[in-house]
Every structure is written in structure tokens, then in C-alpha cells.
Design a protein around this ligand. Structure first.
Ligand code: FUB
Length: 314
């Protein structure tokens, strides 16, 4: 499965969207060894009730950013006895040789919650815990992003319309209940002035990581007077804030209603994964994953990244 063109000078270019065999969204890259694994959601061809129709999560991998292997559906609602719908935006991480896939799902008894699948391999199969990891009984429990800091503390951020986090225990399948679910103050200083429910731009789809001692929160955002999501970012000197709004990472122009960031450094290059409606038949419920290469400025800031045709082989 590959979409590439070879230029006159022999350089191979992978074409966006990366995956053309199915509709994919909510890209979540994970670098492990010499391979970049890309976890995605899956928009079904046939919609139920003209809404997001999503039942499973896929994994793809590459060693050169151009040639991709499809590992198929590696986790699905059928594997989670207490869930019945909405296999939404996941993220995976490795710890001590095990792989953890954090996934928002709709519960059989109502509301959204965060499930965890555990596997011995990055390509699954993943096995559900048997119960939700985070379940506050409201609709905010979606779009988990996980990061293990240098001191070993793992953080799971999530949320729409509020950004919240828990401190994961070392087992990665439970969290520190004495601290509980912490709500980040949703201020304009932290997330910019916008049109989402908190009055800020922060919408959903957070992506949390650290680079050169600066913590980044990249997320789908709602600008004032705009309908579709753009991508924006905030930074902090600590993993728990205070967050400082950084600006627009990718505009909404030419996109679909949602967008979703996934960022990875791989073999000396920095990549932003995102989604659009660019495949034939594309729509807000039929999305497709794309990738753009970018560079950080000296001070760690990031200029707005353009949607693009693809990236060159590395
Ligand atoms: O793909 C389903 C939902 O739409 C995700 O969880 C959100 O981030 C948005 O992309």
C-alpha cells in the first residue's frame, strides 16, 4: 500500500492522503525502533444516521515515510464488552515492552469514556481492560493523549470542551485517584480567544509532548466566526501548565469540519499528521490522513504549517 511518485532526480515523494484503501482520521504516530507506527480511526463507507460511523482502529507503519504497510484493524468495539459505538481518536505508547492504546468510546449505558487496549506488539492484537480507565459520567471524556516524562510520570490529557488530565500509574492502566481528574483552567491566555464553549479556541484532539524542556499541547481549535476546526498550539514550562497560547498551526481553509493533530520526530525530521476530506467521496464523515514536514524555530515556536501534497522519502 503506497502512494508515491519518483522525481527525475530519483527522490521518492509520498502523496497525500497517505492511505487510500479506506477512509481514516485522527492520526496518532508512535515511533518505536526504526519504524513509525500510525494509529488511526476508520470512517465507514456507509453511514448510520448520517453521523460519524466508526467501529475500529487501524495501524499502518513505515520506515521511510513513503512506503506504508497496512496492519489492518488492530482493536475494535467488538473487543470492548462495555462499549457500543464511536471508536474515536486514539493514541498509543510503549512502556516496559508493552503497548497501550488509549481510545474514546461510547458506553452501552450512555456517555463517552476512555478505554485502554494492551498488547505485546505495536500492531496488536490489543486486549481491553474490561472497564473504562476514565469515566466521569459526562461527554468530556474523549481524545486521550499520553506522554511519559523523563522522570517516569505518565500523563493522560483529554477532553472536549475542557482540557483535563490524570496522572497515570506506572502500570499505565490506572491513575492516581488521590489526585483524580484535574481540570486545566480554560483561559484566553492559555488557549487564545475563540468560539468554543469555554470562550477559547481549544476544541478537542489534544496532542501532548515535550521538546527541549518545553511542553507542547497541540489541538483542534475553533476560531471566532469560523465553522471548521483549525489546529493551534500552546506551550508550558511544566507538564501541568500554566499553558501559554502559541498560535495557529494549520488553518481551516480547504479542510473539513474536524481536524486532528499527531506530531512525531522521526529520523531527524519533524512531522505533523492531520486529516482532510481529500480522497474521492471525501466529506466531514469520510476523512483521510495526511502528513506535512515542518521545522521548529530557534525559540521552539512553530510557524503555521500549510496543507501539502506529501513528504519526501527519508
Ligand atoms: O473522529 C471522531 C472525533 O472527531 C474525534 O474524536 C475528534 O477529535 C474529531 O476528529
Amino acid at each position: 500500500m503506497e502512494r508515491k511518485v519518483v522525481l527525475g532526480d530519483g527522490v521518492a515523494v509520498g502523496k497525500n492522503p497517505i492511505i487510500t484503501s479506506i477512509y481514516t482520521a485522527d492520526p496518532a504516530p508512535m515511533v518505536y525502533g526504526d519504524t513509525l507506527y500510525l494509529y488511526t480511526t476508520h470512517d465507514e463507507d456507509v453511514l448510520v444516521n448520517d453521523f460519524y460511523t466508526m467501529y475500529d482502529w487501524y495501524c499502518f507503519s513505515t520506515r521511510d515515510m513513503v512506503n506504508w504497510t497496512n496492519h489492518g484493524a488492530i482493536f475494535s468495539l467488538a473487543d470492548i464488552s462495555w462499549a457500543d459505538d464511536r471508536a474515536w481518536a486514539p493514541q498509543a505508547v510503549e512502556r516496559n515492552g508493552k503497548f497501550y492504546l488509549y481510545c474514546p468510546v461510547h458506553k452501552k449505558d450512555g456517555g463517552m469514556a476512555i478505554a485502554v487496549g494492551v498488547s505485546d506488539s505495536p500492531t496488536g492484537p490489543f486486549k481491553d481492560l474490561g472497564h473504562p480507565l476514565v469515566d466521569e459520567g459526562d461527554w468530556n471524556d474523549i481524545d486521550p493523549t499520553v506522554f511519559i516524562d523523563d522522570d517516569g510520570q505518565a500523563y493522560l490529557y483529554f477532553g472536549n470542551p475542557e482540557l483535563r488530565y490524570v496522572l497515570l500509574n506506572e502500570d499505565m492502566i490506572s491513575y492516581d485517584e488521590t489526585v483524580g481528574v484535574v481540570k486545566i483552567p480554560m483561559t484566553v491566555e492559555s488557549f487564545g480567544k475563540g468560539s468554543h464553549a469555554t470562550g477559547t479556541t481549544y476544541g478537542e484532539g489534544p496532542w501532548f509532548y515535550k521538546r527541549n524542556d518545553l511542553y507542547y499541547m497541540v489541538y483542534a481549535a475553533f476560531g471566532e466566526g469560523k465553522r471548521d476546526e483549525h489546529l493551534a498550539y500552546s506551550t508550558s514550562k511544566s507538564p501541568t501548565g500554566p499553558w501559554v497560547y502559541g498560535g495557529v498551526l494549520m488553518t481551516e481553509e480547504g479542510g473539513v469540519f474536524t481536524n486532528h493533530p499527531g506530531i512525531a520526530d522521526f529520523k531527524g525530521h519533524s512531522y505533523l499528521f492531520y486529516h482532510t476530506g481529500e480522497l474521492p467521496g471525501g466529506s466531514l464523515f469520510h476523512r483521510s490522513v495526511c502528513v506535512a514536514e515542518f521545522r521548529y524555530n530557534e525559540d521552539g515556536s512553530i510557524d503555521t504549517i500549510a496543507k501539502c501534497n506529501g513528504v519526501t522519502a527519508i
